[in-house]
Design a protein around this ligand. Sequence first.
Ligand code: CAO
Length: 415
Amino acid sequence: MGKALDGVRILDFTHVQSGPTCTQLLAWFGADVIKVERAGAGDITREQLRDIPDADSLYFTMLNHNKRSVTIDTKNPEGKLVLEALIQKCDVLVENFAPGALDRMGFTWERIQELNPKMIVASVKGFGPGPYEDCKVYENVAQCVGGAASTTGFDDGPPVVTGAQIGDSGTGLHLALGIVTALYQRTMTGRGQKVLAAMQDGVLNLCRVKLRDQQRLERTGVMKEYPQYPNGTFGEAVPRAGNASGGGQPGWILKCKGWEHDPNAYIYFITQAPVWVKICNVIGKEEWATDPEYATPTARLPRLKEIFAEIERWTMTKTKFEAMEILNKYDIPCGPILSMKEIAEDDSLRKTGTIVEVDHPVRGKYLTVGNPIKLSDSPTDVTRSPLLGEHTDEVMAELGYSREQIEALRTVGAI
Ligand code: CAO
């Protein structure tokens, strides 16, 4: 079966996490992704957080599947010519260098357009145009400036960053959407364009509901579904809401059997209004179903702490999986807190290709997260990440270089 992006060639000038997640997705959808790396060194993550000496790290391998790797010194005049040939041959250039790095290399938007007017140039940057546009940015910085950290954690503690890489992988995902959209527009205009995904913007997009709450707070001075209500105080900005649900369905994380020893023996429990009577029956508080102090969502809001404490008395008598099984029978929304170990061992995630085992010639077998987006006509086959420069000769030959020319470029350090 063909792939959705068959025939699309990507010049992948990305490194670390944000850019590579974007081009990995495009590769999974069938694009030919040619990763250009610094000769002799490669993407810095190849050697970061190594668990096996001299083998590409999991950090690198898990972000660079299904790509080809060529090494080019793009500051070498002859290396620049190779890059120019690649620009002429590709549809999209994706980069996430520090602001200005591509220009300093001599590849301004204007120069790229001269070489290939159909080229789409897609960039991840920390910030969009403005006072911080020249700043370098990493994941947690993006979480802090995009509104995630100030709204995550507990009210009596400091801001907290999340384990989900919403700044890096989240922005990579935004950029991938921008790229396929620009490719679609190109089918009508015949022109390339610039695509920018700023990490601050990507995080803020994912924190949209918190900007909603900021405005609700300014209008009413209180947000009744937040744990600060009814006894705490609200300040001027959206407070950290602990484990409260984001919307109008109150939820909280509750202890389950074994919580004293297992840091993940917890379940997320949502007191969804339509199943309130079932919740009362399951936890043995049948009287709450008709008691006017508990029977309606509005009546429950000031009592959520007490209600969750009562539900927890029930969840603590079950393991998180037992609780999940019982609650699911009644359509009560809930979810066990799964550890990474449990996720890695989950059969259903392996069956769907969301967790995949990959073999690598140097490091051997390892687990990775496969394509989370499933297309019925474009299935994903996850293949291992390339070794540094593994495809340099192959790609150079495709660009029309002879064996002698390739050797000569290698001798001068251009590739
Ligand atoms: N040949 C020769 N030189 C190369 C090259 C190649 N193949 N590939 C890259 N380089 C050079 C660039 O030309 C640039 O040199 P100059 O600084 O002299 O212009 C340099 O390598 C690129 O460096 P950088 O500044 O991008 O890298 P850094 O490690 O200092 O910074 C990062 C890393 C991530 C902070 C920065 O790239 C950045 O802010 N990127 C945008 C935001 C982003 O994606 N952040 C997420 C990173 S993942 O957490």
